[in-house]
Design a protein around this ligand. Structure first.
Ligand code: NI
Length: 187
């Protein structure tokens, strides 16, 4: 178990297109996924993409069903999910609006509209190919995390005016809360 440092905007690793994992899922990738999951839980996240820990690879972890609070010792894992080389194969016409946050944009939140449902093809923790349909928070979360693999942050979905405002607030927030990280439901 290792808690990895989280890279915060505007770090350049967050703007890169992440590399596909070639040659299947190895123990090294599984170690990274385990560490990412621990890091996500420790920082109250529900999703984390490898570029957020400085690894420019197409790897994500999610758990939208966890309970309790890790700082109070009441945290319970829900359903940890691991995605290698995820690809969206379908999205619904229906849209959903969620007040998103991000471990790489700490302390900042904004409403983002995305398809309510999606289908995702990926390699799982054991390297097996899967295709899963998702909806609700899970669908929002995977789309947010997949954006990270393409160098896109949730603030990039906002108007320039709103994005600039959040980036200014982030600068202030980062100065004031250097040791702290945002609350629940950060993606
Ligand atoms: Ni994020």
């Amino acid at each position: 178990m290792a808690i990895l440092p989280i890279y915060v905007a505007p770090h350049p690793v967050l703007k890169k297109i992440a590399d596909a994992v070639e040659g299947g899922v190895t123990d090294e990738h599984r170690k990274l996924m385990d560490d990412m999951l621990d890091t996500m839980y420790a920082t109250h996240g529900i999703g984390l993409a490898a570029p957020q820990v400085g690894e420019s690879l197409r790897i994500l972890v999610l758990d939208v069903a966890q309970k309790g609070d890790i700082d109070e010792g009441t945290h319970e894992k829900g359903t940890p999910m691991f995605f290698v080389n995820p690809e969206i194969t379908w999205t619904s016409d229906e849209q959903n609006i969620y007040n998103e946050g991000c471990l790489s944009v700490p302390g900042q939140y904004a409403e983002v509209e995305r398809p309510e449902k999606c289908r995702v093809k990926f390699l799982d923790y054991d390297g097996n190919e899967q295709e899963v349909e998702m909806e609700g928070l899970l669908a929002t979360c995977i789309q947010h995390e997949m954006d990270h693999l393409n160098g896109i942050l949730f603030i990039d979905h906002l108007s320039t005016l709103k994005r600039d405002m959040l980036m200014r607030k982030l600068k202030k927030w980062t100065k004031m809360n250097a040791d702290d990280i945002a609350e629940t439901h950060v993606l």
